[in-house]
Write a new protein. Structure first.
Length: 266
């Protein structure tokens, strides 16, 4: 175990499963105090207990629906109340979205996608920033997606919200650069909780995604993606801001051929 983050407080949204859980575990192993923000109470409490028993970390579960501003603000306030600070914010939560063509998407689907994928992270950043600025040190890592960069078919609300989040990342990075707070994005290629849900409904997607990856597989949330997030949260990333890191096995290099059969139409 490393003590690189000893004394630091990390808030991770969507930490009950997938990438969020992997990130939370890595922070705990590195000595951080971790707030597990999760909509699902059962998985959120389970992960918080894992961090305590498996790593001896201080962990706190806070039930959080990131589409509700008051809950996002309460999440940050809970970290400050418990530990007096927020050093790292990882905006990872996602649970919206369906697979379908652009012309079939409803306003409700798009609104929920943006509430979860854009407004939730924005509210969290707005709440955390004053605490980071006061200490002259802070790290924000926003989980974005190659889906948006490459405009993958079938996931309009996800693609659009994640690209809006990348724009928010760069804008905040520029504005906050003098304060000691750096803001970066990660586009992961991993079998996240959201990916597993999609693959369960569309089994052919998992095999196609593995085959399309230059390394022949999608990444592991804890072993392939979380270390990148920890680097961006480290002292070593103090001069790195406004960037997008593609932790995707090389999928971004030439793009990925992604042509799912959405409804039998070409």
């Amino acid at each position: 175990m490393s003590a690189e983050f000893e004394g630091r407080v990390a808030v991770v949204t969507g930490a009950g499963d997938g990438i969020g859980r992997g990130v939370a575990r890595r922070f705990a192993a590195a000595g951080a105090k971790v707030l597990v923000a999760e909509l699902n109470e059962e998985s959120g409490r389970r992960v918080a207990k894992e961090l305590e028993t498996g790593f001896g970390a201080e962990a706190l579960f806070v039930a959080t629906d990131v589409t509700v501003k008051a809950q996002v603000e309460a999440m940050v306030a809970a970290a400050v109340e418990a530990w007096g600070r927020v050093d790292v914010l990882v905006n990872n939560a996602w649970g919206a979205g369906t697979v379908g063509r652009v012309e079939t998407k409803t306003d409700a689907q798009l609104e929920r996608g943006f509430a979860m994928g854009y407004y939730g992270p924005l509210w969290a950043m707005q709440a955390a920033f004053p605490h980071m600025k006061a200490r002259g040190w802070g790290r924000v890592v926003n989980m974005c997606s190659l889906n948006g960069v490459n405009a993958h078919m079938g996931t309009l609300e996800y693609n659009s919200a994640k690209e809006a989040l990348r724009t928010l990342t760069r804008t905040a990075a520029r504005e906050w650069a003098p304060t000691g707070v750096v803001v970066n994005a990660v586009c992961p290629g991993a079998k996240s909780a959201a990916f597993r849900r999609m693959a369960a409904a569309h089994p052919e997607i998992e095999a196609a995604a593995d085959a399309a990856n230059p390394m022949g597989r999608l990444g592991d949330p804890e072993d392939d993606i979380a270390p990148v997030v920890l680097f961006l949260a480290s002292e070593g990333a103090r001069y790195l801001t406004g960037n997008t890191l593609f932790a995707d096995g090389g999928s971004h290099i030439n793009g990925v051929a992604w042509t799912p059969d959405l409804d039998g139409e070409e």
